[in-house]
Ligand binder design. Structure first.
Ligand code: H79
Length: 432
């Protein structure tokens, strides 16, 4: 009998506290998910020693720079103009409510104080300070959350064995367990040294070796054991895996798969997030002039919200620590729009109706916000399948009442007298 009870206890322990196979998110985690969805708009930051070369975060790989040579640039990393408060101020002015920053990208360089390797900002650069510490403090002060991007892929470490054949879930002739343990040690540091402002881990690089056994069960289990409220996302472009708390999409609205990367479905169980860059690069690229317009960015936020999706907009700061003026100027204008119209974005939920030619809809409590991004061809719009009774309909900007009628096929809203804004004309519907 004793033995039987012991077996049951072991089984329960394995399944509840360690295994993520039957993962049940904690109450704190469920709360984080709601909070995350309310925040809607975040700043993605790609910053590393690669920023020195001004050719994006893939520079080592794309320019075929041998690892031993690439490592030398660490000695030149001294971001004398880095000021975490400035970054947070730029994000806050833009209306962003959280930051996701690269703690370590595919080049394997750790931008934080880690005991697990000397290839980090403290030991390998003359700067010798931990920028993520400053950022965590500044985010905490200003009420933003901080998520850490963490690369699974590593071009340099021997135990990762980049380019090696995968046999039985492991790269051949390498100590794969050592690599997994290294990641666990670093994740433990990231989750214990930066305070409760840390809200998520954003994995990337899984797609480099689809057949590998990444030990997600242990890694996700570790994260949730250390911080049950922290949300795990993984940019693996496939179906949500057990233990993940939000689903990530890159350069795409969920379900669109415009790059052909996505092979999985869109989860309706967890929050969604899509990321895009403010120009055409993630890491600082000195030649990149492909700046997105204020309109494009605002409309991206709106479309994402309509898809019930957060928008994570990337900037790649310079190696000196500055976020370039071109980015800051655009972000300021985005923030001005959100100052006026944020009520129709923050705290809303989407998927109210399928995306229409003219735009999309967000919802909060008794309100529907109709976002008209392109003037419709008729002088009315139809919100299909809205069964709740309408109390009033008005223009969000002018508060002018609009004519409407409710029929079995939906709510017809008449747009007489509306001058369409070039970015977004918002119509506010109040339901009974
Ligand atoms: O961190 C950012 C990217 O570095 C990473 N995910 C985002 C968030 C990412 N890795 N790969 N990809 C995205 C897609 C693959 C792009 C590639 Fe290429 C095409 C790799 C090699 C050819 C773009 C062009 C990057 C280097 C050259």
């Amino acid at each position: 009998m004793k033995k039987f009870v012991l077996i049951i206890i072991c089984y329960l322990l394995l399944n509840t506290s360690f295994s993520q196979t039957n993962y049940q998110p904690s109450a704190e985690n469920l709360k984080s998910r709601q909070d995350f969805q309310d925040r809607k708009f975040g700043m993605f930051i790609h910053w590393g020693i690669y920023s020195l070369l001004g050719d994006g975060e893939w520079v080592m790989n794309v320019q075929k720079i041998p690892y031993d040579k690439y490592k030398r640039i660490a000695n030149a990393f001294y971001p004398h103009d880095f000021n975490a408060k400035e970054w947070v101020k730029i994000a806050k002015t833009a209306g962003m409510k959280y930051i996701t920053i690269t703690s370590r990208h595919h080049d394997g360089f750790s931008m934080f104080d880690t005991k697990a390797t000397d290839y980090d900002v403290i030991d390998a650069t003359p700067y010798k300070k931990d920028p993520l510490k400053d950022l965590a403090i500044a985010c905490k002060e200003e009420g933003l959350k901080l998520n850490f991007y963490y690369s699974l892929l590593d071009w340099g470490r021997k135990d990762y064995g980049f380019g090696k054949k995968i046999v039985n879930g492991k790269p051949e002739d390498t100590d794969w367990d050592s690599y997994i343990n290294f990641m666990k040690a670093q994740l433990t540091e990231l989750l214990t040294n930066y305070g409760d402002v840390v809200a998520g881990i954003w994995f990337d690089g899984d797609w480099e070796r689809k057949d590998a056994n990444w030990h997600y069960d242990e890694i996700y289990g570790l994260i949730h054991r250390l911080r049950p409220d922290v949300m795990i996302g993984n940019n693996h472009h496939t179906d949500l895996k057990p233990g993940e708390d939000y689903q990530l999409f890159e350069k795409d609205l969920p379900g669109n798969n415009s790059h052909g990367w996505g092979t999985g479905g869109v989860s309706n169980e967890v929050p969604l997030e899509t990321c895009e860059t403010i120009n055409s690069s993630w890491g600082f690229n000195i030649n990149d002039k492909g700046y997105k317009s204020v309109k494009t960015i605002i409309q991206y936020i709106i479309k994402a919200a309509g898809h019930n999706t957060n928008f994570l907009l990337n900037v790649g700061p310079q190696a000196d620590g500055k976020i370039q003026q071109e980015f800051a100027d655009t972000l300021k204008k985005v923030g001005e729009w959100l100052q006026l119209n944020g009520e129709s974005i923050y705290g809303t939920r989407g998927n109210v109706i399928a995306t229409q030619d003219w735009g999309t809809v967000t919802a909060k409590e008794k309100k529907l916000f109709i976002h008209i991004l392109k003037a419709p061809s008729q002088d009315f719009i139809l919100l299909p399948r809205e069964t709740q009774k309408v109390a009033s309909v008005q223009s969000y900007s002018s508060k002018q009442s609009l004519k409407w009628k409710q029929q079995p096929e939906g709510i017809f809203i008449y747009l007489d007298g509306i001058t369409f804004s070039t970015i977004d004309e918002i119509i506010e519907v109040t339901l009974k």
